[in-house]
Design a protein around this ligand. Structure first.
Ligand SMILES: C[S@@+](CC[C@H](N)C(=O)[O-])C[C@H]1O[C@@H](n2cnc3c(N)ncnc32)[C@H](O)[C@@H]1O
Length: 301
């Protein structure tokens, strides 16, 4: 499989070629890229489909949004870019007043390489950055406030529910104890506290902080609720014969997609991926981030 990369941007779009194939059949393509990110997928589609395409890109993070805007500037007549949350998909759709049916809706859920590598908001447990983890730093509470202000019980619940971490209580206990000697300021401080909850031999493959960081990120961004809402809105705006494509990176997200697709009437919707598609070994080799990716596709009859 050909991997699509662009040297100016840190994020490599996952499954770009496969998704393109799912979009190919439409003569007029009206695409919603609900997770614009740095614009990798969008640029790929706009370069691949030269005519009869209109693309709406939605991105919650104001910084990465500006990067995408610059990247897609040359396509300005074919795109509408919106800095906001995909849970308001229906509002953005109605504002556009376009007569053509929506043919493709893409969700590439989660964080972008930008968040880990450049944002400076504490998404990575390998870096010493202020603990924030919000996609939009002007919205909601930061990871710093959660880690330094929440009770032991609430912290344990968040780590268990959104990180699926069995040692959640132990980790929460260590966090609260460590607060007695001062605030937990950075991502690295937090990672070091989490490490103490695990004897070394118990984590050969995945760093123990992975799940805790995932949990905090999901919590501060209200990611799962936003996503559930967006899926509901997406079937409302999808035209007949249109497709929804979701790329997810962990079981919590994938479960939501699977359940949602199954909850729809088979008379009106067809699940095109009985089992989720997985990346090829080649794609994983070229783009490590793709290794946990799953793709599910739904078509409106
Ligand atoms: C995996 S990245 C997308 C990468 C993109 N497909 C590309 O090729 O560059 C996911 C993006 O979704 C954004 N995001 C997360 N929650 C969102 C929401 N509720 N509404 C809109 N965008 C969101 C994140 O800020 C992130 O940039």
């Amino acid at each position: 499989m050909k991997e699509y990369t662009s040297s100016h941007y840190s994020h490599t779009p996952v499954f770009a070629e496969e998704i393109k194939q799912f979009f190919e059949k439409y003569t007029h393509k009206y695409i919603f890229d609900c997770t614009l990110g740095e614009g990798g997928h969008s640029e790929f589609f706009l370069e691949s489909f030269l005519t009869n395409i209109f693309l709406v890109g939605i991105e919650r993070d104001p910084v990465i949004f500006q990067k995408a805007r610059k990247r897609l500037e040359r396509f300005r007549e074919k795109v509408e870019l919106i800095n906001g949350s995909f849970s308001r998909l229906d509002v953005y759709f109605s504002r556009l007043h376009r007569p053509d049916p929506v043919t493709c809706i893409l969700f590439d859920i989660g964080i972008s390489s930008f968040h880990v590598d450049e944002s400076g908001r504490g998404f990575s447990f390998r870096k010493s950055e202020p603990l924030d983890m919000r996609f939009d730093p002007s919205d909601g509470i930061s990871a710093y406030e959660v880690v330094n202000g929440f009770t032991k019980e609430d912290l344990a619940d968040i780590i268990y529910e959104y990180g699926e971490e069995r040692n959640s209580r132990r980790i929460a206990d260590l966090i609260v104890r460590s607060r007695k000697s001062g605030k937990i300021e950075t991502s690295l401080d937090l990672a070091e506290i989490v490490l103490k909850a695990f004897p070394r031999r118990r984590y050969n493959r995945i760093h123990p902080a992975t799940r805790v960081f995932q949990a905090l990120r999901i919590y501060v961004n209200n990611e799962l609720e936003e996503f559930k809402l967006a899926l509901e809105k997406s079937v409302e705006i999808l035209g007949s014969g249109g497709r929804i494509i979701v790329i997810s990176y962990h079981s919590l997200e994938d479960r939501i997609v699977k359940r949602f697709f199954k909850s729809l009437s088979p008379e009106n919707y067809t699940i095109l991926t009985k089992k989720p598609l997985r990346p090829s070994l080649e794609e994983i080799k070229e783009n490590k981030r793709s290794r946990s990716a799953k793709i599910r596709v739904l078509e409106r009859n």
